[in-house]
Design a protein around this ligand. Structure first.
Ligand code: NAP
Length: 242
């Protein structure tokens, strides 16, 4: 059995990635933190389509929870290893730095940057031993360009981008690739409070992207066809940033 773990797999981009990787033949380990019902619905959709999936709850920002959940998963699944990891979990908590409280700074960095570290460090060993693996980090335009009102989020995603490039070089010889996908504006819960009419005018494609469009790119990076691409940050933003 070939396994893929998607953090924050119950909703939005994570949900679409789970469905795409299931289509590619992976048994999906759907991580969620609070959205149990949504994650269960993703599982049922995969199973109804003839695929295989399981749920794994943990808060990616909590190292203890991540360690315990992944240790238990490993004990219960001796028939394989997680060969594709999609670090997708993320949160926004926007404010100008002038008004930003430390809690908001640490929360956003805790989920995206610390979360990526907590999960990846535990799964990379199996990938190295098996000489095959894919780590795909969902970052953001904000982590490349920096967006006002998002110093916490830009720092978190920028940190993940730098870690992606460093880790890619650590593991390249062992057949493990590490890449980042940087979406612009995608239609999910995370962007539902934004002023779409105004923002769309700034996007050359004239619209927000869909989670499925991001999932297609992740699917390619997860496949064997992408084996010579590593340490890259691939933007998917309708031409918003070049
Ligand atoms: P979303 O629908 O709000 O989904 C966020 C996901 O992150 C949820 O599944 C959530 O799971 C999970 N999550 C949050 N905190 C978590 C934690 N502590 N532990 C585990 N999971 C956690 O937003 P989305 O747009 O799909 O976001 C997915 C990723 O894409 C994020 O990394 C985001 O930064 C990135 N991104 C999004 C856009 C966009 O325009 N939408 C653009 C660029 C980058 P629970 O609900 O179970 O907590």
């Amino acid at each position: 059995m070939k396994y893929a773990l998607v953090t924050g797999g119950g909703k939005g981009i994570g949900r679409a990635v789970c469905l795409k990787l299931a289509e590619l033949g992976y048994s999906i380990v759907i991580n969620y933190n609070s959205s149990e019902q949504a994650a269960q619905e993703v599982l049922e959709t995969i199973v109804a389509g003839g695929g295989s999936a399981s749920l794994l709850r943990f808060d990616v920002s909590d190292n203890m929870q991540v360690s315990e959940a992944l240790k238990k998963w490993r004990e219960e699944n001796n028939d394989g290893y997680i060969e594709v990891l999609v670090n997708n979990a993320g949160v926004r908590d926007d404010n100008l730095m002038l008004w930003m409280e430390p809690e908001s700074w640490h929360k956003v960095i805790g989920v995206s940057l610390d979360g990526m570290f907590h999960v990846t460090r535990l799964l990379i060993k199996d990938m190295l031993v098996k000489r095959y693996g894919r780590v795909i980090n969902i970052v953001s335009l904000s982590g490349i360009k920096g967006l006002p009102g998002q110093t916490n989020y830009s720092a978190a995603k920028g940190g993940v981008i730098a870690a992606t490039k460093a880790l890619a070089q650590e593991v390249a010889k062992k057949g493990v690739t590490v890449n980042a996908v940087a979406p612009g504006f995608i239609n999910t819960d995370m962007t539902k409070d934004l002023d779409q009419v105004t923002l769309k005018q700034q996007i050359p494609a004239g619209r927000f992207g869909t989670p499925e469009e991001v999932a297609s790119l992740v699917g390619f990076l997860a496949s064997g066809d992408s084996s010579y691409i590593t340490g890259e940050v691939i933007s998917i933003n309708g031409g918003l940033y070049t």
